[in-house]
Structures are given as structure tokens and as C-alpha cells.
Design a protein around this ligand. Structure first.
Ligand SMILES: O=c1ccn([C@@H]2O[C@H](COP(=O)(O)OP(=O)(O)O[C@H]3O[C@H](CO)[C@@H](O)[C@H](O)[C@H]3O)[C@@H](O)[C@H]2O)c(=O)[nH]1
Ligand SMILES: O=C(O)[C@H](O)COP(=O)(O)O
Length: 318
């Protein structure tokens, strides 16, 4: 490991137990800063209610740490929006936000659109499919973000619980993280080799950073935001926080392969300073199963420009 990474690990690594919600409320009040929690959700009716209700109870009602609790419904065809609203979130359909800018599918699109319906200084992202988690995810991320004035982006990290029927539970989850994202960072951005969970869906960013980034509309958003923050602002603009353990709904290997292809395209594009769709020779992935034969899967490669460059941003200026 590079000396600069070792130094970063000792200076910019935190543990969620270092932070207490009541202390953070006082700290944020003194700074005049506010927090939005943004939960992107596509067909997560089974879990989004627990996530929203838990955050609302602990971090809105018990301690007023979170000022905006927003679910971005990403083209769900199930009851996600109703469940999230019943649990106490403000719910927006991604496609209805800033309609003059069009609509694309994907998680990155949902997070990018969230900039148009929130106003807080600090944005905390939390996935909607969590089955093992806690409000300390948000407390830890906000604590790490406010621990040092130079921090612009915080990644959560945790044991990745893998709990699938027919197999003993383990902490060997995070297949794309371990097989694609971390190797790519180590090979080409070795300063970032200390980031334990570069794809963590639980992360925080200053609005000023987020609105300046070019954002892949699909699953490339996490790796792109990490790389772009590092390139523009340096390693010390990034921190990470130990959040304990996390479990979520697992995707199938062939679906994760599409995610992996997207990440590879983003990595290649960032290495060569190109738009993602220019960096690839093909925009599809061919997958084979004996039962189903060949199937062509599109790889999402669109990007959204920095929100600050968009007509109607910020929303109040419209
Ligand atoms: O089109 C989509 C797809 C997903 N999601 C939501 O995004 C979150 C994460 O999606 P998921 O399918 O659970 O991704 P993972 O398989 O968990 O992928 C990991 O790796 C991705 C790529 O970096 C990250 O975006 C994820 O947060 C991270 O958990 C969930 O709340 C989804 O409902 C959307 O809002 N829109
Ligand atoms: O981070 C990852 O690699 C993806 O979320 C997949 O995680 P899983 O292998 O635990 O389902």
C-alpha cells in the first residue's frame, strides 16, 4: 500500500460509534448546515418501509438530524411509492422531476434528479433494499462528513453479509465490489486502494460536490463519483466510516454482470478522459444459458451533466 494511502487511512477513517446523533444536531446547528437523506428505490416495496420508518423515528422524530427524508421512486411497478409515503418519506417519481430534462432509467438518474427536489447542504444516500442496517448508517456518514472541513465525500463500509437460501450465511457478499471495483482501483488508482467499499450505496456528499459531477445514469454513479472526486479534489477530500454490518437483496450473477460491464466502461472512460459511450466498442452484453439460449443485454452508458449547468437548477430559481 502506498504511504499516502496509509496516511489517509489513519487520518480519514472513522467508526460510527464515534458519533452521536444529539451531538451532531448541535454541530450542524452551529454550522448552519442541513441534511437530506435520499433513498433511491426501484420495486423495493418489501423493504423501503422499514428503512424509511427507522430513519424517521430515530433521526427526524427522536433527534432532528435529518431535515429532508426523500424517496426517489425509480420507475417502480410495485407499491414502493405508497409504502414509502405511508412510512413518512416525501416521495418523488424520478420521471416527474425536472420533466423538461427528460427521463432515463437507473439509480444514477434517481440520485441526480434528487438534486432538483432537495435543498440540504449534505446529501446522504441509503439504498432501499437493506435487510440488515440501522440509523447509525446516517449518523456515521454525517459524523464523518462533518469531522473535517475538507471532506466532500464519505463512503460507508461494512461486513457484507451474504445470506442466500441453501448456503450458510457468510460475510463474502459484494461480488462486483471484490471482483471488479476494488481490482480496478488497485490497478489504476492505487491511492484509492484503502477504500473498503467503493460501491457502497450508503455514502454522503456535499451538495456543492454532487451538483458539480457528471453522473452515469445507471450503477456507474458510485465508482464515477469516487474517481471524479479523487481526480479533482484529491484523496483528502474523501473519508470512510465503519458502519458495522449490512445485508441486502442479492441480484443474480447475470444481472450483476451488466452492472460490472457498466463499471468497466466507466473505469475505461475515466482512464482515458472520454464520455462513457465513446469509451466502448459495443453497448451490449451477450449472455448464454443452456435453457434460454443467447440473450442480448443493453449496458446503460448515459451520463447526466453537472446539475449546475442545467436549466431550472436549483429548483427555486425556476
Ligand atoms: O434502476 C434502478 C436500480 C436500482 N435502484 C435502487 O438503487 C439501490 C441499489 O440497487 P441494487 O440493485 O440493490 O444494487 P446492488 O446490487 O446492491 O449494487 C451495489 O453496487 C451498485 C453499483 O455501484 C450500487 O449502486 C449499489 O448501491 C450497491 O449496493 C436500491 O435501493 C434500488 O432499488 C434504483 O433506484 N433504480
Ligand atoms: O457490491 C456489490 O458487489 C453488489 O452489491 C453485489 O453484492 P452481493 O454479492 O452481496 O449481492
Amino acid at each position: 500500500m502506498r504511504p499516502s494511502t496509509r496516511e489517509w487511512l489513519s487520518a480519514r477513517s472513522h467508526v460510527h460509534t464515534d458519533f452521536d446523533a444529539a451531538d451532531l444536531v448541535t454541530r450542524l446547528e452551529a454550522k448552519g448546515e442541513s441534511v437530506a437523506v435520499v433513498v433511491p428505490a426501484r420495486n423495493e416495496a418489501a423493504t423501503v418501509g422499514d428503512v424509511v420508518a427507522g430513519l424517521r423515528r430515530e433521526l427526524v422524530e427522536t433527534q432532528p438530524l435529518v431535515h429532508e427524508l426523500v424517496v426517489i421512486d425509480s420507475d417502480s411497478t410495485d407499491d414502493t411509492a405508497r409504502v414509502a409515503a405511508d412510512a413518512g418519506a416525501t416521495v418523488h417519481r424520478a420521471a416527474d422531476i425536472a420533466p423538461h430534462l427528460g427521463a432515463h432509467p437507473g439509480k444514477g438518474e434517481a440520485l441526480w434528479k434528487s438534486l432538483f427536489v432537495t435543498t440540504a447542504d449534505l446529501l446522504v444516500f441509503v439504498d432501499a433494499d437493506l435487510t440488515e442496517w440501522g440509523p447509525h448508517f446516517v449518523t456515521g456518514l454525517v459524523g464523518a462528513m462533518t469531522a473535517d472541513p475538507g471532506t466532500l465525500l464519505v463512503k460507508g463500509w461494512y461486513d457484507r453479509v451474504m445470506d442466500v437460501p441453501g448456503r450458510a450465511p457468510s460475510t463474502e457478499g459484494g461480488r462486483v465490489t471484490e471482483l471488479v471495483a476494488r481490482p480496478a482501483l488497485d490497478l489504476w488508482w492505487p491511492e484509492l486502494a484503502g477504500v473498503v467499499q467503493p460501491l457502497a450505496g450508503e455514502w454522503a456528499a456535499r451538495r456543492s460536490l454532487m451538483e458539480s459531477l457528471t453522473v452515469p445514469t445507471g450503477y456507474g454513479i458510485e465508482i464515477a463519483s469516487l474517481l471524479d472526486t479523487h481526480t479533482r479534489h484529491g484523496l483528502d477530500a474523501i473519508a470512510q466510516v465503519d458502519l458495522g454490518a449490512r445485508a441486502h437483496r442479492h441480484q443474480r450473477d447475470h444481472d450483476l454482470a451488466v452492472m460490472a460491464a457498466e463499471l468497466l466502461a466507466v473505469v475505461h472512460a475515466r482512464r482515458h478522459g472520454e464520455p462513457v459511450d465513446v469509451a466502448v466498442a459495443s453497448e451490449t452484453l451477450e449472455q448464454f444459458t443452456r435453457e434460454g439460449g443467447w440473450r442480448t443485454r443493453p449496458v446503460p452508458l448515459r451520463q447526466r451533466p453537472p446539475a449546475t449547468t442545467q436549466p431550472g437548477y436549483p429548483a427555486g430559481a425556476r
